[in-house]
Design a protein around this ligand. Structure first.
Ligand SMILES: [Zn+2]
Length: 164
C-alpha cells in the first residue's frame, strides 16, 4: 500500500498547501520515516540552492563605489551627471533585487523539476539508488555551475561599471 506524500512535499515546503492538506502531510510525516527522510533531504538540497543563490548578491562595496563616483563627479562640478547616475544606481539596485527573487523562484522551480526527475527515475529504475543519487548530484552540479556563471557575469558587469 502506497499512501506516501512525495508529490506534496515540495508544495509543503513552499507553504502552498491548504490547512487541511498541511495537516494531512504532517500527520503522515509523523508516522512515515521514508517521507520524513525525503523531506529532510529536500530541505537540505533547498538550503544548498538557497545558499548558492543568496551568495549571488551585489558585491560588497558596490554601492559605495557608485556613490563615491557620484560624489566625485559632483565635486568636479559636473552636476549634469547626477541624474543619470542616480537613475542608473536605482536601476542597478532594482535589477539586483529583482534578479535575486527571480533566481530564488527559479531555484525552487528547478528543485521541483529535479524532484520530479528523481520520482521518474526512481519509478523506472526501481531500487537502483546509485543512478538516482548520481542524477541528483549531477543536477546539483548543474545548478551550482549555472550559479557560478551568473555570479561571474555579475562580477564582470560590476568590474566594467566600476572602471568607467
Ligand atoms: Zn510516506
Amino acid at each position: 500500500m502506497s499512501n506516501h506524500i512525495e508529490d506534496q512535499l515540495s508544495a509543503y515546503m513552499d507553504n502552498e498547501l491548504s490547512e487541511t492538506e498541511r495537516q494531512q502531510v504532517e500527520e503522515h510525516l509523523n508516522t512515515c520515516t521514508e517521507c520524513s527522510e525525503l523531506l529532510k533531504d529536500l530541505s537540505e538540497i533547498r538550503n544548498q540552492v538557497f545558499n548558492v543563490f543568496h551568495s549571488v548578491e551585489a558585491p560588497e562595496g558596490f554601492e559605495d563605489k557608485v556613490i563615491h563616483t557620484i560624489g566625485l563627479n559632483v565635486s568636479k562640478g559636473s552636476k549634469w551627471l547626477l541624474v543619470p547616475l542616480i537613475s542608473a544606481l536605482c536601476f542597478i539596485t532594482l535589477t539586483f533585487v529583482l534578479a535575486g527573487s527571480f533566481l530564488f523562484k527559479l531555484g525552487s522551480i528547478m528543485l521541483r523539476v529535479i524532484y520530479n526527475l528523481i520520482n521518474v527515475f526512481g519509478n523506472i529504475l526501481g531500487s537502483n539508488t546509485y543512478i538516482v543519487v548520481g542524477s541528483v548530484v549531477f543536477s546539483i552540479l548543474l545548478i551550482i555551475a549555472s550559479s557560478i556563471s551568473i555570479k561571474h557575469l555579475i562580477k564582470t558587469e560590476e568590474f566594467r561599471r566600476a572602471n568607467w
